[in-house]
Design a protein around this ligand. Structure first.
Ligand SMILES: [Fe+2]
Length: 288
């Protein structure tokens, strides 16, 4: 099974200004154009921050652009919420978030959030909702984890893919990742340990990262809107231009195997924004 994994498209209303001069719609178009030649795609996963401002119009644009790609490769799409998303606008446009290649809703949202489950070729896809309204960090919460425990109590034919926005892992090089990731990773680890979950697909950090939770591989796919550059001075944060996305191949004895694609952007690596040490500290204190 081959999954195209996108995240952090951050689309806005068409009349909204582009933050830091980056046109997010253009970034998504470039990324999808780059991915066109990829063959044998079984599923597309988009792990949150679909809209930058929660606008219904932005969700429609994501659905149209990603939906066109999914139709061309004849694969379903699985969307999750991120910290920038707005649940009611997400649900209005994307329903459960599990859309067939022809755009029809193939699942039902569970509980008050935007979690859902459906199966493709014996492989179970579970999208979780780690959005905490008004916060940059994420949390799955006891009720959602209890639901997940029940879902996983019956193994799927070919195992389970879990997708959500906030990574349960981080890298010591970053000043912000330890504060703004998933706040209940131990509770999630307790639920997936020994289950049929093969991989956790996440986003949010705008860079690629791989680690493990309860012996399950965790993949953080880079962002579509921009890339966070960890060569910035310690304690600071810098983002640069350049959309990226991943191919996750679950098949074979060595899977999952991860590959990162980069969109062709003549302005790639140009600085988008920089936060010095003082502003980064203030951001972490304010939002953390
Ligand atoms: Fe995010």
């Amino acid at each position: 099974m081959r999954i195209i994994h996108l995240s952090d498209t951050h689309l806005r209303r068409s009349d909204a200004p582009h933050p830091h001069g980056v046109d997010a719609t253009d970034s998504l178009r470039r990324m999808l154009a780059e991915l066109r030649p990829v063959r044998d795609v079984d599923a597309v996963v988009v792990t949150g921050d679909l809209a930058d401002d929660g606008a219904v119009e932005a969700y429609r644009a994501v659905r149209e652009l990603v939906g066109d790609f999914a139709r061309a490769v004849d694969a379903p799409v699985f969307y999750t919420t991120g910290n920038h998303d707005e649940r009611s606008a997400f649900a209005e446009v994307l329903g459960s978030g599990h859309l067939a290649a022809d755009g029809t809703d193939r699942a039902e949202a569970v509980g008050d959030g935007c979690a859902a489950v459906s199966t493709v070729g014996g492989r179970r896809f579970v999208t979780l909702d780690s959005l905490v309204p008004g916060k940059v960090y994420g949390r799955l919460g006891a009720a959602q984890l209890e639901w997940l425990r029940e879902v996983l109590s019956v193994p799927a034919e070919h195992g389970t893919v879990l997708a959500f926005h906030h990574p349960p892992i981080h890298l010591g090089l970053s000043a912000t990742q330890p504060v703004f990731g998933l706040r209940d990773p131990e509770e999630l680890a307790a639920v997936i340990r020994g289950s049929d979950v093969r991989v956790l697909l996440t986003g949010h950090f705008h860079l690629q990262l791989c680690g493990f939770l309860a012996s399950v591989p965790v993949w953080v796919t880079p962002g579509v809107v921009n890339r966070v550059d960890l060569t910035a001075a310690p304690g600071t944060e810098r983002a640069v231009r350049g959309a990226s996305a991943s191919l996750v191949d679950l098949g074979g004895p060595t899977g999952p195997v991860f590959h990162t694609f980069h969109a062709r952007d003549p302005r790639a690596h140009e600085t988008v924004y920089e936060r010095d040490e003082e502003r980064t500290r203030a951001f972490v204190e304010r939002e953390g």
